[in-house]
Design a protein around this ligand. Structure first.
Ligand code: TYC
Length: 113
């Protein structure tokens, strides 16, 4: 953690000037992260969802099957956390792939915290 010193107007000191020392921390904001969510529906085949998770999220078959089942049972699941640009790309890739195969699969993103 860094700190800067600033001179601010305040009561007179023995130099006869008017100043006090305050400290502020420079804000080094990390860029926000985004959760990519997969949503359940009644029509997209389970194997298609597993394939999507392997293809676009780099999951192995067992991991992909597990997340697919979580979405199927709970209604949705976080499938990854990324920068804004990467999350947007993942969502677009999934939505385009599902559309091309005429499945109603939905994928969205949401800012973390
Ligand atoms: N509910 C779908 C079915 O029973 C499977 C499914 C799982 C669909 C996950 C979408 O994101 C999804 N065929």
């Amino acid at each position: 953690m860094q700190s800067d010193m600033h001179m601010m107007a305040g009561p007179m000191d023995d130099d006869g000037d008017t100043s006090v020392v305050t400290e502020t921390k420079p804000k080094t904001k990390r860029p926000p992260l985004y959760k990519v969510l997969l949503l359940n529906d009644d029509y997209t085949p389970m194997e298609f969802v597993v394939h999507v998770l392997e293809r676009f999220f780099g999951l192995n078959h067992a991991q992909a099957f597990e997340i697919m089942l979580t979405v199927h049972k709970k209604g949705l699941a976080v499938v990854g956390v990324f920068s804004h640009e990467i999350a947007e790309t993942k969502v677009a890739q999934v939505m385009d792939f599902a559309r091309r195969h005429q499945h109603p699969l939905q994928c969205t993103m949401e800012k973390e915290e």
